[in-house]
Design a binder for this molecule. Structure first.
Ligand SMILES: C[S@@+](CC[C@H](N)C(=O)[O-])C[C@H]1O[C@@H](n2cnc3c(N)ncnc32)[C@H](O)[C@@H]1O
Length: 254
């Protein structure tokens, strides 16, 4: 049997790697690392740095592969994503067939935690139903939401309250009752543009968390939103890509 390990590497800082993740890495013969694009190049560099820093031997290979680009919002988004996943699955299938021998172990180094807004687990799970030549394990990682709240030195949830995590395109602030919180990921810019400026709404924003370009900003939405939008625009122009996440919280006492 071939073995795959889907390893959460944390969202940006190599020191987010857990001991479990480092031990799992050291079992790998091959690392499958996505290529292409300025964003991918930066994320690829973090993955390569992680290999160089944490591998205790040199007896491993790095195999790059092209990931088909994420589709934009369409009228039938689930179907578009499903077709996209089919293409990625074909890529993974070919990697397992051509790059792994029986008894060998391949690793995917997944940004943050593999279970949070990442398709790897779903794609591998479907592939496993038709390809019995491999088995796989999953190692959790520190998510960007955890990195964000730690950097802002805030609790993720208010006492006894739920915490919702949502992609920006599904954010509905009208359902956020004080003192609840919502963590917003996968921002395209459009949701920030339309954010309501309630007096009691606070934002804890972070971009490029854990990396040398990390930016943090927090405050009442009405006071800081324009600054965040400006910073976001400038940073995106400077680096060619941006990854940001934010927590919105309605403070009852504000
Ligand atoms: C495809 S999701 C992957 C999430 C990842 N699996 C995790 O556990 O955080 C990508 C989104 O995660 C957030 N993200 C990931 N890493 C980040 C970082 N270092 N700084 C800010 N946001 C980040 C952004 O919202 C980005 O759009």
């Amino acid at each position: 049997l071939k073995k795959l390990i889907i390893i959460g590497i944390g969202a940006g800082n190599p020191e987010y790697m857990t001991i479990q993740a480092i031990k799992a890495m050291n079992k790998a013969d091959v690392f499958f690392i996505p290529d292409k694009g300025s964003e991918k190049a930066a994320l690829r560099k973090v993955r390569i740095d992680i290999c160089e820093r944490f591998m205790e031997h040199n007896d491993y290979r790095v195999v790059g592969f092209d990931v088909p680009s994420r589709p934009r919002k369409t009228s039938n988004y689930p179907q578009t994503v499903s077709l996209w996943h089919d293409k990625i699955r074909e890529t993974y299938k070919a990697l397992i067939e051509t790059e792994l021998l029986s008894g060998q172990c391949g690793a995917f180094l997944v940004w943050g935690d593999p279970g949070l807004y990442d398709s790897t687990l779903r794609i591998i799970d479907v592939l496993r139903t038709t390809d019995p030549t491999f088995d796989y394990d999953v190692i959790p990682g520190i998510t960007s939401v955890q990195a964000l709240t730690a950097q802002h030195r805030i609790a993720m949830s208010a006492i006894g309250e739920p915490l919702l995590i949502t992609p920006a395109r599904k954010l509905d602030t009208s359902r956020l009752a004080p003192p609840q919180s919502v963590a917003v990921m996968l921002e395209s810019g459009e949701t920030l543009e339309a954010l309501p400026l309630h007096d009691d709404m606070w934002i804890y924003w972070g971009a490029y968390l854990g990396t040398e370009h990390e930016i943090l900003m927090q405050g009442q939405v009405k006071d800081v939103l324009e600054n965040i939008k400006e910073l976001r625009k400038k940073s995106r122009e400077k680096h060619g890509w941006i990854m940001d996440v934010y927590l919105l919280r309605r403070h009852p006492s504000a």
